[in-house]
Design a protein around this ligand. Sequence first.
Ligand SMILES: [Fe+2]
Length: 392
Amino acid sequence: MSTQTNYQITLPTRVHFGPGSIAALPQEAAKLGRRLFLLIDPFLKGTPLEGRIVGELAAAGMKTRLWHDIVPNPRAATCDAAAAEARLWQADAIIAIGGGSTIDAAKAVSLATTNGGPVWDFTSRTNAEIGQLEKRGLPLIAVPTNAGTGAEITPFAVLSNPELKLKATIIHPYCYPDVALIDPGLHLSKPPRLTASTGIDTFLHAFEGYIGTRPNAWTDLFSIRAMELVATYLPIACADPSNIEARTRMAEACYMAGVTLGNVGVGIPHALGQALGALKDTPHGESCAAFLVSTVRWTLPEANAPLARVATIFRPDLVNLAETERANTLPEVLQAFFASIGLSGRLGALGLPRSDTETLVAIAMTNYGQDVACSLRPAGRDDLRSIVLASF
Ligand SMILES: [Fe+2]
């Protein structure tokens, strides 16, 4: 719910949206150069889709170098290795085809190719010296293969550092891809669990921005529509993965929630979820979702109006209840929604021992303090600890 009357909006990525948009790749790539370094999600390695893409680029006169060494929660060191290869190969541009991890890795590779590394030094960390990005990265085209992070249109690259057991984010306008090809036809092969895990991330981007301290009238438009689309179409996409209408609407929701994410940031579920991903290498969407219900319960007294609005997105029949009553239903409404898409929405399923609670809170406060600071109800360590303990 909008709180700001003075704000900036940045949305520089040019987007091709809709089934079949991948067909625009050769013509868009040709505008950027002839030597293309492709970061491709390992699940696509050797598939007909990969063969078709490489074949079409070759037919358009372009040379390609493929890189598949990408894992969920992408490693900063691997991005440095890919950048060294791209530099040696004299790449003109980077193409990312895959999930959010692939696109985030490609952003880091693009920046490290022109600025040098290590890329970890460019991530935001409290009380750490942050490296300055002197140059733009190589031009980047992002082709997401699921609806989740919105990385194709945001200024963030989330990286992990397993040696330090940390995750941190490069936050910089140079992270915006130049072009995004959002083709929901590429999302049809995703299984229900992955669809749910990535789709709930989309919901969280819209929700956390909407109930935070920074939204404005413009981002509210995107947040509310994204939440409406997720409420209707994520259960359909999970039940029927080949439903192109549900995939298209979820891809739109992801794009819209990405607008909110890129312009006003996220909140406590993401701060704790990123910390959990750093500690346990757990899937991003489920990691953040595990803290949603307890964060809502903790926030309730401070944010009745936006929480009541969200409750009626899922349950229009509640519209005649008083605002406080509607807001108070939201934890149960969200828990029921988790059940409808096959997620527990609880921390217990993700393998974090209670004894790691302090470590988790410390990582969230240190590396994701900017997200904690977006909470409508001001939060400190004690508050985060109580939210974590209520999430098991
Ligand atoms: Fe996210």
